[in-house]
Ligand binder design. Sequence first.
Ligand code: AMP
Ligand code: FE
Ligand code: FE
Ligand code: ZN
Length: 287
Amino acid sequence: MATESARTQAKIDLHTHTNASDGLDTPAELVTNASQRGISVLGVTDHDTMDGLDAASEAAARAGITLVPGVELSTTVDRAEVHILGYFVDSNDSDLQARLSDLAAARVRRVERMIARLHELGYPVDGEAILAQAEEGSIGRPHVARALMEIGAVDSVNDAFERFLKAGRPAYIPRDSFSPEDAVGLLVEYSVIPVLAHPFSTKDIEGTLARLVPAGLKGLETYYAEYSPEQHAQLHVIADGWGLVPTGGSDYHGAGFREGRELGAAPVPQHSWERLSTLYADLANGV
Ligand code: AMP
Ligand code: FE
Ligand code: FE
Ligand code: ZN
């Protein structure tokens, strides 16, 4: 029965997370959920780790889904979040694995400082339980947010960010210095396609592109699920102006993790995926 209608409704989602970083689904669960939602092309983009990719690609092969192996690197510029997605990573590349391990280690140090700060403030989150989750994959603020929920200090992950964890709040710890140019440069070095994630988070899209296109940025996340149709149109014009591929995705982190980020919720057109995959083919052929 999954014939013509399923094909015409086939969905693309190029931005998702698993429990290898701060998502809730295992890689296999993510693929099962994607398959149930009629997704045919799935990008898995965990923060600073490729640890979920082998399991995801095995599950995707069984489900008949095209898996786009990715990562997401986080940087901060003047307190604005500048995140860089990288598409078509080679999860077996041990040099790249080592580079990402350094970033994941910096995440652990940052989370350790957040835990210490929360303890000072009188919130006894279970630091060992948080840090144990770094043994496979990478950790971040959502893990701290869940620990705050567990001790009843907050009602939700969002509440934890609003009261404690976002920039300017008492348990906010800045990241180690790692510029967006560094992130783009790292990806370029490993023949990975760099794309600016959720561009409005940068607070200055044109200024960010003026820095990052010369560094090798190739795409702009245009069809981001939380953005409005007007914003999608605006980003498409900007992508065209800079000659960038307009990608898109939901930034799914698990059911109910955050409103507007449900799996498959981004209206990513077929041409978006075609352009990204053509770019990859050209890169592989040395064009
Ligand atoms: P970190 O990578 O440790 O800086 O944490 C940032 C992560 O937290 C990103 O993956 C976001 O998806 C997530 N995040 C940021 N703000 C919120 C929020 N208000 N509610 C839920 N998740 C959030
Ligand atoms: Fe995240
Ligand atoms: Fe992000
Ligand atoms: Zn993300």
